[in-house]
Write a protein of this length. Sequence first.
Length: 680
Amino acid sequence: MAVRYVPYFPDTLQGQALLDNFVRTRRILRYRDNDAVVERVQRGLPLYEMELQERVGDNPDGNLVIRGECVSACAYLKDKGIEVDLVYIDPPFASGADYAKKVYIRRNPKVAEAISQAEAELDMDELKAFEEKMYGDVWDKERYLNWMYENLMAIKSVMSENASIYVHLDWHIGHYVKILMDEIFGEENFRNEITWQRTASHNDSVENYSRVKDSIYYYSKCSDCLFNIQYLPYSDDYISGEWKLSPSGRYYKCENMLDPQGKMQIYNFHGTSARWRTTADKLEAYWNAPQTDVPDSHGRIKLGKNGKPIKRCRIVFMDEVPGVPLSDNWNDIAYVAGRAEERVDYATQKPEALLKRIILSSSNEGMVVADFFGGSGVTASVAQKLGRKFIHGDVGINSVQTVRRRLVENGSSFDMLEVKDGVSLYRNPVQTMEKLKSLIPGLRNEDALDKFWEGAISDSQYGMVPVYLPNLMDGTTRLLDCVLMNRIIREAMPDLPEDTRRVIVYYIDIIDRAEIEAFIRENNDSLAEIELRDLKSVLDNVVVEDTAEWSLSESTDGILPCWKITLDSFFSDRVQSKINEFNLRGYQQMLKKGKGEAFAPIVISENGLETIEWLSLDCTTADKSAPWHSDVEIFIDRSGYVILDGRKTKSFWDGTITASTRPLRLKIRNICGDETVWII
């Protein structure tokens, strides 16, 4: 349960419209559960305990990698008085897609043939791999917009007064989210809708135009926001079309100095009366500037045949300006291709050039850049390279592990925190939701029930018992309060079969169980009893730690001592289960296609070392509950090569990890991302 609730703003919702838009045309954009959103926002940000998992480096700048939902991360920042100067988020696009990580079986260091191929060129297509769902982008419009509203409100509450926010979406939902942002940040603080052409036209669209662009909505918190103009280099066509050569060989052009908006006063400037775009003093300074060799000019002012200033009168030389000011149409940044050097094998990864442009435009060195849907970690990585402080947040363990590796390779220092919201995620929300049905005895699908119910249990006394489960992919359902309970009683239960005598409602967090039970007694006028159950008691039994056997030895090379751990075997029940699922599907497909189709199953060796992705030694403390301190670490990439303490090598892993001082703890991550710690 949340420790307490942190107000979004001193005057919650003052001046804020709640999903009620287009009021000037009497049209209303209103969705289911608006009242629930209002109540949750009025209650405040749920603040949970935050646990320090690891400190990488000294971290003098206070850089953070947070595993947890956006609202929970913002509650922690607000409670600590931490403000952010720039936010970029790339949230789910409400596309209905599931995103998966491709899991590669590593080379087994115990197999001599693999070691002998160290110098051979590796064909990546020959690697054994299977996919594992990381997260699901499965939303209906109503739930998505309510979820986004709470996230954007939370983000706004931790933005500094001069901060900006960039929200990256596509055609599925972007136009609706822009309406939300108009309400939350104010229409007057809308800056640009940036179009990023992520790919060239392709030939897989036969019924419509190819979809090749995303939209990035750029807003500021107030009118006085930081903005650094970025420039593009001049193209040959632009130079030939816009610029002329002076007698001395310098390229120049003449800028229009008339007021395009008609706001300035008309005044006479050396014989030409006009509504000039700048003050008379500034024009006079151009008039009195040193004379150039541009024909028919006075100082930096171009003259007409009558010897008076023309409307395009200000003379600008190309060698004095940095380039073409960047527009809101970005077609010069390519997506991250399959063999790109920066690719980290993360679904929806965005290119570093895209984030570099945004960060340079809307922040200065030393400022705090945050991404609460951090994904592949590109925002944090680029921010660190550009001398900014960073905050990376994401609910997915794969995201946290990916950004940690990127930052270690960059030489960054940071704290890794985890929101202790009472949910021991099996792996990630998608996996947990898939696993829950097997963890709740007797739970099965029931076609007679609305999708609101997860399924039903057959009970000898009560018959069919519908079961409600909170959606772990939607943090707004995590808290069981009177609003949600009222929806269950008033909307969901009346549609149940008439002979329903009992329902089970699982919850993760609850405002006050006694209060909810009293609410049920007062409002449940149906014949069905409502039983409340804590889902944490189910989830706490989900994580099964891996097993490993190793030996520790001490040796010297004549001068320095060396402690070596040699891995003899490693086994992960979940990895093996995923491989079994992959092999079963493969055999079933082979049988469907006929005898001519062969299937090569994934087979793991007896020692199982090919299912290890990362190892780390802590030589600082033997306390299993203490934050991790990585003194030595090895990451084995999908080709089998070793990345030692963030440094890429061309060596295969030999099944060992060494340290100069005696290791006290060992941490191993399997290829699916689960980590287990052993005391040595």
